[in-house]
Design a protein around this ligand. Structure first.
Ligand code: ZN
Length: 414
């Protein structure tokens, strides 16, 4: 499957990365090469260019100027901070309810609405449809997160058509930040093709009907991308702020904690306390599936990012990866109850999901661990060494002992 496994000389990504990574003659990966642009581009000039682009979208009728998709974590606060305070736009916020919401995510979302004082539309797809889709994508696509990725990426586009607001503003383009798929100077924009190939693993909603007999048109209706004609009529366009602002998630989140009291929490499977606090599953079941399929997990993404910003050295980053990546995922019971399946079945599924290249079978249900971090030569690994990484933890995913999905969050007192 993988002919010649190669690791970047600077970060810890390899040629097995699923988002098409390339290497230069010095052995630097494309992600590290493009990262260097952060220190060489004239960002002031780039912000000026962005202001020119958005000036044509300013609403003349005191309507919304743009759409901003948000969750109760990720870069939501920072995106809104830039859109409102730096770009002086009036955004309509849109949020796709993933149903895997943590109390902390709902609190962050509610606090964000109060602090920024904006309108929001929340999409709640019928949970029975969501469960049916999730069962199918988990078994067939090896993804329990398809519905979230599909919903989050299509609902803003549908809203653009329905409310006749052409401009959608996203935070960072992952293909650029992780693997340097494009230069910032290309100013790549939202595209249906990228969504299908990378976000949705090659499967759009319509493909689910074709592939799985028990999924019908009614089930996937909410996930269908608007037609080309409708997009053209409204002039829908999605831009990424990381093409115009020097993107640094750690620094940005810390600014948001200070300015707006953004809340954070620890995770077992990574050291980053900021990214996915809205979701019970992203850093747990979804992340272990990533390790089973691709031989690495989110902690490697976080570690590579921190190496590139020179906040950690390669040996310490590898120690952190080894410390976190094999930790057991939490909240499995919660997911099985929600989906209506037995825990036994999910463990059986996990074994089926394991990529034999990274998890060669020893005998029945016993696997050898042959994941990417075990192939990186390093003498200095010390799992017990206390590594200073300085991510702020100021809250918990749950405010009580029993974890539960917050199905529809109506807001918290702040
Ligand atoms: Zn690299």
């Amino acid at each position: 499957m993988i002919n010649e496994l190669k690791f970047c000389k600077r970060c810890l990504y390899s040629s097995a990365h699923p988002l098409n990574i390339t290497f230069d003659e010095k052995g630097l990966c494309s992600g590290c090469q493009i990262h260097e642009e952060k220190n060489t581009l004239n960002w002031k000039e780039r912000i000026k260019n962005l202001k020119k682009i958005i000036s044509q979208y300013k609403s003349k009728k005191s309507n919304y100027d743009c759409i901003v998709p948000i969750t109760g974590a990720n870069d939501s606060y920072y995106i809104l901070h830039l859109v409102i305070n730096v770009l002086n736009l009036n955004p309509l916020l849109v949020h796709y309810n993933s149903y895997f919401n943590t109390p902390l995510g709902i609190k962050n979302l509610s606090n964000l609405r109060i602090k920024f004082n904006r309108d929001i539309i929340i999409k709640n797809v019928n949970p029975n449809k969501v469960k049916k889709i999730t069962k199918n994508t988990l078994i067939n696509l090896k993804s329990m997160y398809w519905h979230v990725l599909a919903g989050q990426s299509v609902f803003p586009v549908q809203t653009s058509i329905d409310y006749k607001i052409p401009l959608i503003i996203w935070g960072a383009h992952q293909g650029i930040e992780q693997v340097g798929m494009y230069s910032y100077t290309q100013e790549v924009e939202m595209s249906r093709r990228y969504r299908k190939n990378h976000d949705l693993m090659g499967f759009e909603a319509e493909d689910l009907i074709k592939s799985y007999q028990d999924i019908n048109e009614e089930d996937i209706h909410e996930y269908i991308y608007p037609s080309f004609d409708n997009l053209k009529k409204i002039g829908t366009r999605g831009i990424y702020l990381n093409n115009y602002f020097r993107w640094d998630p750690k620094k940005q989140h810390e600014e948001m904690i200070k300015l707006y009291k953004f809340k954070t929490s620890n995770f077992n499977r990574t050291f980053d306390t900021y990214d996915y606090v809205h979701c019970y599953n992203y850093m747990n079941i979804h992340d272990i599936i990533k390790l089973y399929k691709h031989g690495y997990s989110k902690v490697t993404d976080h570690a590579c990012r921190e190496i590139r910003f020179n906040r950690i050295n390669r040996a310490d980053a590898l120690s952190l990866i080894k410390k976190h990546e094999l930790q057991k995922p939490l909240y499995l019971d919660l997911f099985c109850d929600w989906l209506g399946i037995k825990k036994k079945s999910i463990n059986y599924l996990f074994d089926r999901i394991k990529n034999p290249y990274f998890w060669p079978k020893k005998d029945v249900a016993k696997f050898k661990i042959n994941i990417l971090s075990s192939k990186i030569p390093s003498k200095k690994i010390n799992k017990k060494k206390k590594i200073k990484i300085n991510f702020i933890k100021n809250s918990e995913l749950n405010d009580n002992k029993k974890a539960n999905y917050i199905i529809i969050g109506k807001g918290y007192e702040n």
